[in-house]
Design a protein around this ligand. Structure first.
Ligand SMILES: *Cc1c(COP(=O)(O)O)cnc(C)c1O
Length: 470
C-alpha cells in the first residue's frame, strides 16, 4: 500500500540517477554541473508533488517508473538550461524589420561569406598587394563608390554612433543648424538633440514643427556655424500644412558658407521602392546627387544588412573622422564588414538584390506570391481541423524598424481559432514551444502573417500546433 512516507522513501537519489545510461550519455555532451543541478531540481519537484497529493491520489500514485520519470525530466531540464539565450524565433507578426526580433535578416549568400571570414584568417587590415598594414574600411570603398558616387565610406557600430561621430568631428564646439520638424526620437529613447549634445556640437533649431523655410536657415547662419544637418523623419510624417527645405536648396547655402551639408537618412535605401508599389523613400544615391556632403544610415533597416552605421560622402570629411579617437571606440567587427560588403555587392544588380535580400524580398512580394504562401500554409494546417478552425483572412503587414510609418502592405494572414483551449493559451504555448512562434491575437483569434514566415517553417508550425494536444 502506498502512503506518503512510503513514496518518499522510494524517490531515487542523485547518485542513483547519475548511474542511468541516459544520464551518462548526457554528461558527455553537457556540463556535469548542469546535469547534477537538473537532477536535484527534478527530485525536489517530485518530492513536492508527492507532498501535495490528496489521500486517494497517494494510493494511485505510480511509483514503479519513478526512476525513469525523474531521469527523463533531468535530461529535459539540462537541455533547456544549456540552450543559448539568444535563439531563432519564427516571426508571424508581418513586421518585416522587427526591432525586437532582430531587425533585418541577412541573405543566405552573406551567411556563407560570414562563415568563411569568421572561421579563418583574413586580410581585414592587411594589404595583400604591398604586404603592409591596410585599413578595414577599404573593403567597402569600391562598391560604395559605384553605388552612390560618394568619394569615401566609414562604418561604425550603428547609425546613432555615425551621427555622433560626424557631429563630433565636423561640428565640435560649433553650431549645427537643424529644422524643428526634424528633431527625431528614433526609439529606445535615442534622440537627435541628445546625441548632438554628447557630440559637443551646439544645436541651433530653426523653423517650426510643421514649417521650415530657406530663410530660417539663412537668418541664423554665421561664422560659428559648422554645418547644416537634415534628418530624414523616417519614423513619423508631418502631414497637412507643411514645408521643409530640400537638400538641393540647402546646398546653395552650405556652398556659399563653405560648410558641410549632412543628411541623416536613417534607413539606407538603395533602390527606388516606388517602382515596387511602395512609397518613395529617399535613396542614398539621390541624397549624394542632390548635394549632401555626408550621408549617414543604418545597416539593418531597409538596406537589409547587419547592424551598422554607414557614413558616406566627401573624402576630406571622412578622412578627418577616421583620425578621430571616437572611431576606435565605435569600431565594427570583421563580421559586420564582411556582411556589409556582401550585402552591398548584391545591390550592383538590383533584380538580384530584390530577390536575395530578405528585407527587400519580403516587402516586395506580389499579391500572387502572398496568396500562394498563405494557401500552402493553410493547406498544411487544415489537417489539424480536429482541434482548430483555420482560415485565410486579409490583413496588413508593416515595414517596421521606424521605416515608412504610414506604409501598410496588404497581406494574407492565417487565422487560427482553437476549439478546446483559449486563444491566449495557444499564443503562449506557441511562443514558449522550442520553435518560439511569435504571432498576435486580434478579436479573440490567433493570427500569423505569412509575409515574414519562411516556407521551411511551415512544417515546424504544423508540428508545434499538433504537439499542443499530444
Ligand atoms: C533609425 C535611425 C537612427 C538610428 O539608427 P540605429 O542604426 O538604430 O542606431 C538615426 N537617425 C534616423 C533618422 C533613423 O531613422
Amino acid at each position: 500500500m502506498n502512503n506518503k512516507k512510503n513514496l518518499f522513501s522510494k524517490l531515487p537519489s542523485v547518485d542513483e540517477i547519475l548511474l542511468a545510461e541516459k544520464i551518462k550519455e548526457l554528461i558527455k555532451q553537457y556540463p556535469r554541473e548542469l546535469v547534477v543541478e537538473s537532477i536535484r531540481e527534478s527530485i525536489s519537484e517530485k518530492r513536492s508533488e508527492i507532498a501535495n497529493l490528496k489521500e486517494d491520489e497517494t494510493l494511485k500514485f505510480n511509483i514503479e517508473n519513478i526512476l525513469d520519470i525523474v531521469t527523463d525530466s533531468s535530461a529535459k531540464k539540462t537541455k533547456l538550461k544549456y540552450s543559448l539565450s539568444l535563439k531563432k524565433v519564427i516571426n508571424g507578426t508581418g513586421i518585416v524589420i522587427h526591432t525586437n526580433l532582430g531587425r533585418s535578416l541577412l541573405s543566405n549568400k552573406v551567411k556563407d561569406e560570414i562563415i568563411n571570414i569568421s572561421t579563418r584568417y583574413s586580410n581585414l587590415e592587411y594589404d595583400i598587394d604591398t604586404g603592409k598594414r591596410g585599413s578595414r574600411y577599404t573593403h567597402l570603398t569600391e562598391t560604395i563608390k559605384r553605388l552612390t558616387g560618394a568619394e569615401d565610406v566609414l562604418v561604425v557600430n550603428n547609425n546613432a554612433a555615425a551621427v555622433l561621430l560626424v557631429l563630433n568631428t565636423l561640428c565640435d564646439n560649433g553650431d549645427v543648424i537643424v529644422s524643428r520638424g526634424e528633431l527625431v526620437e528614433v526609439g529606445g529613447s535615442f534622440r537627435i538633440p541628445s546625441i548632438m549634445k554628447l557630440s559637443g556640437a551646439n544645436l541651433v533649431e530653426v523653423g517650426s514643427t510643421n514649417k521650415t523655410h530657406f530663410k530660417d536657415y539663412e537668418e541664423v547662419i554665421n561664422e560659428n556655424t559648422k554645418a547644416i544637418m537634415k534628418v530624414h523623419t523616417s519614423n513619423y510624417k508631418i502631414m497637412g500644412f507643411t514645408e521643409s527645405v530640400d537638400i538641393s536648396e540647402l546646398k546653395n547655402l552650405t556652398k556659399k558658407y563653405n560648410i558641410p551639408l549632412i543628411d541623416d537618412l536613417g534607413s539606407g535605401v538603395f533602390v527606388d521602392l516606388s517602382k515596387y508599389g511602395l512609397s518613395y523613400e529617399p535613396t542614398v544615391l539621390d541624397s549624394i546627387k542632390n548635394g549632401a556632403d555626408i550621408v549617414t544610415f543604418s545597416g539593418d533597416k531597409l538596406l537589409g544588412g547587419p547592424q551598422a552605421g554607414i557614413i558616406v560622402g566627401k573624402k576630406e570629411h571622412i578622412e578627418k573622422m577616421k583620425k578621430n579617437q571616437l572611431t576606435r571606440a565605435l569600431r565594427v567587427d570583421k563580421l559586420t564588414i564582411c556582411a556589409l560588403e556582401a550585402t552591398f555587392r548584391m545591390y550592383l544588380d538590383e533584380k538580384k538584390a530584390i530577390k536575395n535580400i530578405p528585407t527587400l524580398r519580403m516587402i516586395t512580394y506580389t499579391e500572387e506570391e502572398i496568396n500562394k504562401k498563405a494557401k500552402t500554409l493553410y493547406n498544411k494546417l487544415m489537417a489539424l481541423d480536429e482541434n482548430f478552425i483555420i482560415n485565410i483572412v486579409d490583413g496588413e503587414s508593416q515595414v517596421g524598424g521606424g521605416s515608412m510609418p504610414l506604409e501598410t502592405i496588404k497581406s494574407k494572414l492565417i487565422e487560427i481559432s482553437p476549439k478546446n483551449i483559449s486563444v491566449s493559451y495557444l499564443e503562449k504555448k506557441l511562443r514558449l514551444s522550442p520553435s518560439h512562434i511569435i504571432g498576435r491575437i486580434k478579436d479573440d483569434k490567433y493570427l500569423l502573417d505569412v509575409r515574414t514566415i519562411f516556407e521551411d517553417e511551415y512544417d515546424i508550425i504544423y508540428n508545434e500546433l499538433k504537439n499542443i494536444f499530444m
